[in-house]
Design a protein around this ligand. Structure first.
Ligand code: FAD
Length: 468
């Protein structure tokens, strides 16, 4: 079969890229090695983790917060099996949606492992061993990533697990040890802490969510400790983990090099993800991957060293986020169609779906200080928000960073209720190069959480927040 474009991998990068190619009139095929489309994001990532976060949030609120509203529940229990079934149903609805979109856009889909024979020929190897060859002028590699393993710490997938197994537990752990204080570890740790597990986070760095603005990690750690009793071992280097029967033992060294031992019944290893290129046959077309992280190198147009072969999403550099992969899918499709698309990597928002949620876009204070850019900072606490008082979500704040001279917004960092949705306003404002005063002068509905952004912008532009 001859195509304009073959896409390998149907995660958010691959499936969005394929749809955009088809919309642009390109004859498109997509190859996925698993029986469902949607990749990590839909099957074992964004969507299932958010389904469990929602269930556990309901449970936590019923157990801890309903009483203050005058709602009494006499016998509250969590049915873990039902929770996982609902999560699987949410996955099924989403992956079926992708099948529908492929049909609607007349994209040919193939189940099997895609591997290069040469730059224009991709072999599909099905689970029964049968093979088929497809030809195309362009190929987009969107093969994603898999959890990073620590060489000295074998994953048994039963007690010492990755995020994938953590989405399918059959019970609430008594004591869950999370190795890695990044987004995935904290989200999954939150799920089980809300359901009653004791959760200990062991992190090598001195702070959690270390890539975000430093103030966010500090506040998130404080709130997770206060609300969920989570315990943090920061500045600790994990040296090993073993499981025996139902028990797990994690060993680590503190900052002074002293050994510590933590005993639990489950341990999630969430120390990052590594790009996935196994079985792709890159050696047949002369593409090598970077030693660190196994990433495929591309130019600024996401084209590899081989003309007509592109790579997008988790398999290349940049933040490992679904929306980054999607935007790159669209970018490459439009490049192939002869257009001149653009992505501003400074404006890719980052979100942590804990409660309170954490969201961020643009430069952090640390980055601005490091690059010597003079800036003004304005913050507004949710304690002073009428909407937050009404819902009982007064933890957190919004911080706006603006250029000291021009007032242009350079970064927005927030931790608080619905921050994941609220960050979109900051992204739009920054995309249009708004000043802090522009945001401050826009009418925000009352009472909403978004008023906190307006107040923080007022604080940044002229230190004149109204409600602080
Ligand atoms: P993937 O989604 O990894 O898809 C790659 C696909 O390629 C897979 O389906 C794979 O089977 C297939 N494939 C690989 N090799 C071959 C081959 N040779 N032939 C055929 N098919 C192949 N990101 C967010 O933005 N928001 C979140 O809330 C979020 N939550 C997450 C929660 C968890 C627990 C995890 C693990 C990740 C989360 N992420 C989140 C990250 C997000 O899932 C990834 O950034 C995103 O899925 C990357 O998309 P992709 O298209 O590059 O690759």
């Amino acid at each position: 079969m001859q195509y304009d474009v073959i896409v390998i991998g149907s995660g958010p990068g691959g499936y969005v890229g394929a749809i955009r190619c088809a919309q642009l009139g390109l004859k498109t095929a997509i190859i996925e090695k698993y029986s469902t489309f949607g990749g990590t994001c839909l099957n074992v990532g964004c969507i299932p983790s958010k389904a469990l976060l929602d269930t556990s949030e309901h449970y936590h609120n019923a157990a801890n917060n309903f009483a203050t509203h005058g709602i009494g529940i006499s016998s509250l229990k969590i049915d873990v099996k039902k929770m996982i079934e609902r999560k699987n149903d949410v996955i099924a609805q989403n992956t079926a949606g992708i099948t529908y979109l492929f049909k609607k856009n007349k994209i040919d889909s193939f189940e099997g492992v895609g591997s290069f024979i040469d730059k224009n020929t991709v072999k599909v190897t099905k689970t029964n061993g049968a093979t088929e060859e497809l030809k195309a002028k362009n190929v987009i590699i969107a093969t994603g990533s898999k959890p990073t393993a620590l060489p000295f710490l074998p994953i048994d997938k039963k007690r010492i697990i990755t995020s994938t197994e953590a989405l399918n537990l059959t019970e609430v752990p008594k004591h869950l040890i999370v190795i890695g204080g990044g987004v995935i570890g904290l989200e999954l740790g939150s799920v089980y802490a809300r359901l009653g597990a004791k959760v200990s986070v062991v992190e090598f760095a001195k702070s959690i969510i270390g890539t975000m603005d430093g103030s966010l990690g500090k506040e998130l750690q404080r709130v997770l400790k206060k609300n969920l009793g989570m315990e943090f071992f920061l500045g600790h280097k994990v040296t090993g983990a073993t499981s025996k029967g139902k028990n797990v033992t994690v060993t680590a060294e503190n900052a002074k090099g002293e050994p510590i031992t933590i005993e639990g019944d489950y341990c999630i290893v969430s120390v990052g993800r590594t790009s996935y290129t196994e079985g792709l046959g890159l050696e047949n077309i002369g593409i090598t991957t970077e030693e660190r992280g196994n990433k495929i190198s591309t130019n600024e147009h996401m084209e590899t060293i081989v003309e007509g072969i592109y790579a997008i999403g988790d398999v290349i550099k940049g933040p490992m986020l679904a929306h980054k992969a999607e935007d790159e899918g669209v970018y490459v499709a439009e490049r192939i169609a002869g257009q001149k698309p653009h992505i501003d990597y400074n404006l890719i928002p980052g979100v942590v779906y804990t409660w309170p949620e954490v969201a961020s876009v643009g430069k952090t204070e640390e980055q601005l200080k490091e690059s010597g850019i003079k800036y003004k900072a304005g913050s507004f606490s949710f304690k002073a928000s009428g909407r937050a008082k009404a819902s009982g979500d007064t933890d957190g704040f919004v911080k706006v960073l603006a250029d000291a001279t021009t007032d242009e917004v350079l970064g927005v960092h927030m931790i608080g209720p619905r921050a994941a949705d609220m960050i979109a306003e900051a992204v739009v404002a920054m995309e249009y190069r708004a000043s802090a005063e522009d945001i401050a002068r826009i009418c925000h509905a009352h009472p909403t959480f978004t008023e906190a952004l307006k107040e923080a912008a007022l604080a940044a532009t002229a230190n004149r927040a109204i409600h602080a």
